[in-house]
Design a protein around this ligand. Sequence first.
Ligand SMILES: [Zn+2]
Length: 375
Amino acid sequence: MARFAFSVLATDGKARTGRIAMNRGEIRTPAFMPVGTAATVKAMKPETVRATGADIILGNTYHLMLRPGAERVARLGGLHRFMNWDRPILTDSGGYQVMSLSELRKLTEEGVSFRSHIDGSKHMLIPERSMEIQRLLGSDIVMAFDECPRADRPLAEIAASMELSMRWAKRSRDAFDSGGEHAERAALFGIQQGALDERLRARSAESLKEIGFDGYAIGGLAVGEGQEAMFATLDFAPEQLPEDAPRYLMGVGKPDDLVGAVERGVDMFDCVLPTRSGRNGQAFTWNGPLNMRNARHAEDTEPLDTRCSCSVCGTYSRAYLHHLIKSGEMLGAMLLTEHNLSFYQQLMSGMRNAIVKGHFALFASDFRRDYFSRS
Ligand SMILES: [Zn+2]
């Protein structure tokens, strides 16, 4: 098998479908990666995650470095063995979560010092340490260490932050490349920044291309700017990145975000939404999201979604799921998470098939008609 080989099998407009060949398995694109924050996709066994159709999952550097610790995971044989997932794992760099979760952050040219949100202990995350942690975890796709400013900051601040992220991208590349055996079997992705600004995004893309990466992420979106502004940015950002490498939109999103982003040329996604929503009693369906706490489901013998092929929809009624969620039963969270992840994978699969057939525009308009129909 190849270390990392991306091939585009078909395109339809800007949308494209393909595959990434890696040592631990193939990733079909457009791909949705369930988030396994703390070495677990919450409420799911790894074999069930795989059964939903996931080719790859995401692990969080920030959480794992604090608990149980990257060195401990390495001593236990790496993240794959630790959590019993033998397919590819992408790890984020920790940069985003240091900014969103930790306390008393201090940002310098060197990196970020911060206190753990768990126990207040002091830590420092710099590009070199982020690469080391991701290597200790045994990550298959490593993300460069970056800084993600809020999109509503002044442009000069966003520009300075982007330039810092590009210097960190180069340091990440160098540190990753000196990682010995791991560098020979894993891949490294750079992250484009520049918020909503086309010129800053273009400059960021040029810097990343000059360094050279296996794949390119679009960072700094889905941070509260709204779907319209995100789509407006995606009207130019993916095309600024190399055509022959996967483009990964980080932290996105809702089903309609995924369809709109694939339409604009994005190949990979991750988001906590299907898992977090599942634990909160929300189910995604082809006819839009359902709040399973709602009393209208109390005696409804239908499945969550008659078009869904998952085992939850094949077995359990809305009435039963409503009861589990209302009662705070663990099984409710487990079953809704399983359905939501299955639904997301069926959506990705539907998009991949539509692109192959050259019917993506029809797929997208049918999807929007049904999803926003409020049945
Ligand atoms: Zn289902």
